[in-house]
Design a protein around this ligand. Structure first.
Ligand SMILES: NC(=O)c1ccc[n+]([C@@H]2O[C@H](COP(=O)([O-])OP(=O)(O)OC[C@H]3O[C@@H](n4cnc5c(N)ncnc54)[C@H](OP(=O)(O)O)[C@@H]3O)[C@@H](O)[C@H]2O)c1
Length: 334
């Protein structure tokens, strides 16, 4: 069985390699336990958090060698006697990590079924970004239809999902990107307005929206970009920081807090999912899986690599200006 392991924390393409590992499948890995599910990994994306895992900058830093991989989609090949929510042949996502491998053996509760006809590439990206976009819009401020949300990294997978979900909820999005050439593409997804990031962001935000009060700002750039979003939201508004593509900590002028009552909060999917019980989590994935299977939610894919080319794949994933995610298909073409 092939697996992608890091041997040290460092430059991702230097420290990762495709290695031979013991097969965790039913035949060689021992008898399957009553509460276990074994599946072949069909595809996984390379997310910013996976890059952070390889560099050692992520919150999880397990002993080495270690296997990255926050998400994947797999096809079930065997289930234990007590498993009745999935069976061989079903597509599943895995709620646990270490998914950059050809095969996984997991606890039953961690294998969440997806609709049968779902596109495999989209299915590989169900676990993290769609619920992140959904909960960013629901867990901080209750917005009324017609209200605006401002977000940066609007061209990211999360940003695009925010645009699509906000539109379906009757909300309007003001989308901050790094280049004007994206405006048309994001408008086609449902973006109400797009602006390029920069020092005069508040003035451009006012021009784009007619000066409405914006009560929610979503930030995944961090550094000075968080401060620029804070300057765009209304007094008593909320800025939620959920990523740091700049690699910096948020820098926000204290006058936003003291004089204007702006709230700065943080989001982590695992923390917000942990507030929900297993039934609520399954309901979220069932709804999102249905939307993705029906084509109502989607994220672009730039390029697909085999697991043997994991070094090239992680190098590509770190390049700006991509036209979507980098995916890896460990068991051949999909
Ligand atoms: N907290 C959580 O639970 C959670 C969950 C999911 C994702 N996230 C975070 O959400 C963010 C987006 O993730 P994703 O998977 O959607 O990303 P993605 O699809 O891989 O896209 C990355 C985006 O980051 C932008 N970018 C890269 N470097 C940048 C910089 N220095 N300044 C400004 N923008 C920059 C890129 O802009 P261009 O298009 O211009 O190249 C691109 O739009 C990441 O920070 C990720 O860690 C957090």
């Amino acid at each position: 069985m092939k697996r992608a392991d890091i041997s040290a924390y460092g430059i991702p393409q230097d420290v990762i390699a495709c290695v031979e590992a013991p097969d965790v499948g039913a035949a060689e890995g021992g008898p399957i336990g009553p509460d276990e599910v074994v599946f072949d990994v069909l595809a996984f994306p390379i997310n910013p958090a996976d890059i952070g895992f390889c560099t050692g900058g992520y919150r999880l830093r397990p002993p080495l060698p270690a296997t990255p991989g926050a998400e994947c989609v797999g096809r079930v090949i065997a289930v234990g006697d007590e498993i009745n929510h999935v069976r061989a042949g079903d597509l599943v996502i895995n709620l646990q990590r270490e998914n950059w491998a050809q095969r996984r053996r997991v606890r039953g509760a961690d294998a969440v079924p997806l609709p049968a006809g779902i596109d495999i590439k989209q299915a590989a990206m169900v676990r993290i970004n769609p619920p992140t976009a959904l909960l960013l819009l629901s867990d901080f401020v209750t917005l009324a239809p017609g209200e605006w949300v401002i977000q940066n990294v609007a061209n990211s997978a999360v940003g695009r999902l925010v645009i699509m979900l906000a539109r379906r909820q009757g909300l309007r999005t003001l989308n901050v990107v790094r280049r004007e050439s994206l405006f048309g593409e994001l408008a086609a997804l449902g973006a109400d307005a797009c602006i390029v990031d920069g020092d005069d962001l508040p003035a451009r935000a006012r021009d784009a929206t007619g000066g409405v009060n914006i009560r929610l700002g979503l930030d995944a750039v961090s550094g000075a970009a968080t401060g620029r979003l804070a300057a765009c939201v209304a007094d008593e508004g909320h800025v939620v920081t959920y990523g740091s593509m700049s690699g910096e900590d948020p820098k926000v002028d204290r006058s936003n807090f003291v004089y204007r009552g702006v709230n700065l909060g943080g989001f982590m999917l695992g923390r917000h999912m942990a507030r929900r019980d297993a039934a609520a989590i399954r309901a979220i994935y069932s709804e999102l899986g249905g939307d993705i299977a029906a084509g109502r939610l989607h994220a672009p894919v730039d390029c697909i690599y085999p697991i043997e080319e994991i070094k090239a794949a992680v190098a590509h994933a770190q390049q700006g200006g991509r036209n979507g995610k980098i995916l890896v298909t460990p068991n051949g073409a999909i």
